[in-house]
Design a protein around this ligand. Structure first.
Ligand SMILES: *Cc1c(COP(=O)(O)O)cnc(C)c1O
Length: 346
């Protein structure tokens, strides 16, 4: 099986943990694992003195919690929407009745930062919600530029870095980010099922609202002091997370980013040769989104028969290919060749 979707192919060391018996988690040994995970994540995120909340749930739950527990304490939000993930911020705010304006960004385009500044002046939000990488198109936004504007207008910055963390360079203190959301099945390259909120010290010390029982910040933070989650954690995925974080801590983030970038650039070269157009103005390393020449959904289904997984977009003939996980330039060549062959038969 060759996976060009999330989380990508996973190395045997991590997969093997998933085949083991599951230990009891209300123990000192498991607490130590959770606490070490928190400490390494804060290190990798560049968030000294911060806190990490762990949820046994997919990434959207961490976005949900952010709005229910934190954004709801503020008067007004502004969401940057460059695709379906940006619109999800707006939907969550509507769900919890939090006033939220939307700054629309055209598909696969970068933000017009001057227009964003104007919107900040008229909308006067106290919290900004955005994605670092809008995964539906492949477009990477400039967090430093967004952050500069947030500072100027005293707006708290909340970033969904789910598909950019460990694919593109990301550092909370360097970029002045107050709160970050990530999940297990993207850059961490472990199974789906865990999501995380990284709170800077400025945010973690404040009061939160209690609009969601399971995701409640205060209850989760209280339990995490002793290295426990209030409810049953996905124990196995925690063990895989711990093993993954130890690996990253040992070798650093740089080689991971470099490998993903190499694969992305290699595949994009193949796209160019095949006249598959890439719409993203500033593409993230995480995925390549591109237009094929023939029926994209038919290509997706033909690839499935060979156990090659890519993501069909919601848009006609737009395919997305992830570069996360175990992948080599040869894999990218194989994929490009397979797509080309299918195109020729359609
Ligand atoms: C994957 C992803 C999510 C989370 O989606 P889930 O299916 O809930 O894990 C959120 N935001 C972005 C940008 C993503 O890529």
């Amino acid at each position: 099986m060759k996976s060009f979707v999330f989380p990508g192919n996973i190395e045997p060391e991590i997969l093997e943990i998933g085949a083991r018996q599951i230990p009891y988690m209300r123990t000192e040994a498991f607490s130590a694992i959770v606490k070490e995970c928190e400490q390494i994540m804060l290190e990798l995120m560049g968030c000294p003195g911060g806190r990490v909340i762990f949820y046994t749930a997919s990434g959207t739950a961490a976005m949900d919690a952010t709005v229910a527990c934190y954004v709801s304490t503020r008067k007004k939000a502004l969401a940057i929407a460059g695709g379906s993930f940006g619109h999800r911020w707006h939907s969550l705010c509507k769900y919890y009745h939090v006033p939220c304006d939307v700054f629309e960004v055209p598909f696969a385009k970068d933000i017009d930062y001057e227009a964003l500044e104007k919107m900040m002046q008229t909308s006067q939000p106290d919290v900004l919600l955005c994605q670092h990488h809008e995964t539906s198109s492949g477009e990477l936004f400039n967090i430093d530029e967004i952050s500069r504007l947030c500072k100027k207008y005293n707006i708290t910055l909340v970033v969904d870095a789910i598909s950019s963390f460990l694919a593109d360079s990301y550092n909370m203190s360097r970029s002045g980010v107050d709160m970050t959301i990530i999940s297990s099945q993207k850059g961490l390259n472990i199974p789906p099922g865990l999501s995380f909120i990284i709170l800077s010290s400025k945010i973690s010390e404040q009061e939160f609202k209690h609009l969601n029982f399971y995701l409640d910040f205060e209850e989760n933070l209280k339990n995490l002091v002793r290295g426990q989650t209030p409810y049953s954690p996905a124990t196995t995925i925690f063990l895989q997370l711990h093993a993954r974080l130890k690996m990253i801590q040992k070798n650093g983030i740089a080689p991971i980013l470099q490998k993903i970038r190499e694969n992305a650039l290699h595949f994009r070269q193949r796209c160019k040769e095949n006249n598959w157009q890439i719409p993203a103005e500033t593409p993230s390393n995480c995925i390549t989104g591109f237009y094929v020449k023939k029926d994209g959904y038919a290509i997706f289904k033909e690839l499935l028969k060979k156990e090659i997984f890519v993501m069909p977009g919601g848009i006609n003939n737009f395919l997305r290919v992830s570069h996360l996980g175990c992948q080599t330039p040869e894999d990218c060549d194989m994929l490009a060749k397979s797509i080309k062959n299918i195109e020729n038969t359609l």
